[in-house]
Design a protein around this ligand. Structure first.
Ligand code: BEZ
Length: 212
């Protein structure tokens, strides 16, 4: 079945560089980000894992656990980690799933046969504490992901879960937000947005970020 935004992220059990992982239990009350790498000992993946490890404090601040997956065995991942740490000035600080049986890759539809029939594309799943898939991003193997962008998406999700706003193009934490069009009652507007708002159009109203 297709994995859609709002679907429950499929649960699984698989070995990782930090031991056996039961996915839902491992997520616990946190958010999670699950991202796939086409293959071990490949250049783009090496830079991505180093970048992710160097940003772990930022993911921790947002209560997001990181989990990578690659279709090679854990024994290979452990050898590869030496190269990642050496070349990316990083210390690997989150698990990489071994997925040589492609259990996770298949469950999450990470193998796109028209692109490559054995390796995964670069998939990202952002999952909330209720285990719901909240965002997905898919890049080809040739394009390394921007981990700052992933943090930005998480900031937007966590903000809009708690306030009746949406985030406009290129928004980043601290910028003005868009007021949800469903809010029309002047009393509610005043209560929810005490800092005020500016209406460029009746449907396009900008307000300072409510939690800042
Ligand atoms: C890479 O990570 O560099 C890579 C992996 C698979 C195909 C192309 C590039």
């Amino acid at each position: 079945m297709a994995l859609h935004l709002g679907s429950i992220a499929p649960d699984f059990e698989q070995d990782s560089t930090e031991g056996r992982i039961r996915f839902h239990q491992w997520i616990g009350d946190s958010w999670a980000i699950l991202f796939s790498h086409p293959k071990d000992f490949t250049p783009v993946c090496t830079t991505e894992l180093g970048r992710a490890a160097n940003l772990k404090d930022e993911f921790d601040k947002r209560h997001v656990k990181m989990l990578a997956v690659s279709v090679d065995p854990v024994t290979e991942h452990k050898k590869w980690i030496g190269d990642i740490e050496e070349t990316q000035r990083a210390t690997m600080n989150f698990p990489i799933l071994g997925d040589s049986d492609r259990k996770v890759a298949k469950l999450y539809d990470m193998i796109h046969e028209e692109a490559n029939d054995t390796l995964t594309v670069r998939s990202v799943f952002i999952i909330d504490p209720n285990k719901k898939i909240r965002a997905t991003i898919t890049y080809p193997a040739s394009t390394g992901r921007n981990f700052g962008e992933l943090l930005r998406v998480i900031d937007s999700l966590q903000l809009t879960d708690n306030h009746k706003v949406a985030t406009p193009a290129d928004w980043k934490d601290g910028d003005e937000c868009v007021i949800a069009p469903s809010i029309q009652d002047p009393k509610e507007l005043a209560e929810r947005f005490p800092k005020g708002f500016r209406a460029l159009k009746p449907y396009l109203r900008l307000t300072p970020q409510p939690n800042k």
